[in-house]
Design a protein around this ligand. Structure first.
Ligand SMILES: [Zn+2]
Ligand SMILES: [Zn+2]
Length: 245
């Protein structure tokens, strides 16, 4: 703890929304957000889609239009904490392209805090980060999904929940294009042979971890491949889900 204080004093945190340096503070919000930015986080509230977890307008609906339309078969259910608004978009953009790896800690803590009971109930064998291609890893120096998975796993330990990260289960063979710019057919084509599932022996249930849930295609594709390889249940956890109201 003392070490933490000294570290924070010498290297103060930056606000995960506006990137300004923060004054000294130690609870979860003060440590990661400035006063002006606190309201910029829009936590997902009920009613939500019973499949992907996105916010929906009508509580009598089971699914969002995206899930209704596709009837995804790959994954069971999704856990997201935030609506993907412009502020979160900017924050995640800095994580990926401006080296702000440290923001991820906040998001990992929030996911663990909000979903700890669900994760305990599911009791998965592993948290599995969605892999990025080697070329992107070289540019970025880290896979944000992997850093997030470790942040969640570490935070869960504080609640006495132990779920390890498995970073060797899926390998990304293809450096896929940005999918939300493509039509559904090209998207499917792009994801063909993009991943390889490695040894799944003794693994029954996993929670995939990624930064954003956008079209759902990547998460669904990986889930399908994991199931073909023999895994029973696949869930996913993300920082933000793109609205589909
Ligand atoms: Zn701020
Ligand atoms: Zn949905």
């Amino acid at each position: 703890m003392i070490f933490n204080y000294i570290k924070k004093f010498i290297f103060p945190n930056r606000c995960i929304m506006c990137d300004e340096l923060l004054p000294f503070g130690f609870d979860l919000e003060n440590e990661f957000l400035c006063n002006t930015c606190r309201h910029k986080l829009e936590f997902i509230k009920e009613p939500t889609c019973k499949k992907c977890g996105a916010m929906i307008n009508n509580s009598s609906d089971m699914y969002c239009a995206r899930c209704e339309d596709k009837l995804w078969k790959g994954f069971e259910y999704g856990f997201g904490i935030l609506r993907y608004n412009d502020f979160v978009k900017e924050s995640i953009h800095r994580i990926k392209y401006a080296g702000r790896k440290e923001y991820i800690d906040f998001y990992g803590k929030c996911i663990a805090k909000i979903y700890k009971d669900k994760f305990k109930e599911i009791s998965p064998d592993y948290l599995v980060p969605v892999p990025i291609h080697y070329n992107r890893l070289k540019e970025r120096n880290y896979n944000q999904a992997e850093v997030l998975a470790y942040a969640i796993s570490n935070e869960l330990k504080k609640y006495n929940i132990h779920i390890d990260v498995n970073n060797d289960l899926i390998y990304r063979k293809k450096n896929t294009k940005v999918l939300n710019k493509l039509d559904p057919f090209s998207r499917e084509n792009e994801l063909k042979n993009a991943f390889e599932v490695c040894d799944v022996s003794n693994i029954e249930k996993v929670i995939l971890v990624d930064d954003i849930y956008t079209t759902g295609s990547t998460i669904n594709k990986i889930s399908e491949e994991l199931k073909t390889a023999g895994i029973n249940k696949v869930y996913f956890a993300v920082i933000a889900i793109v609205d589909n109201l």
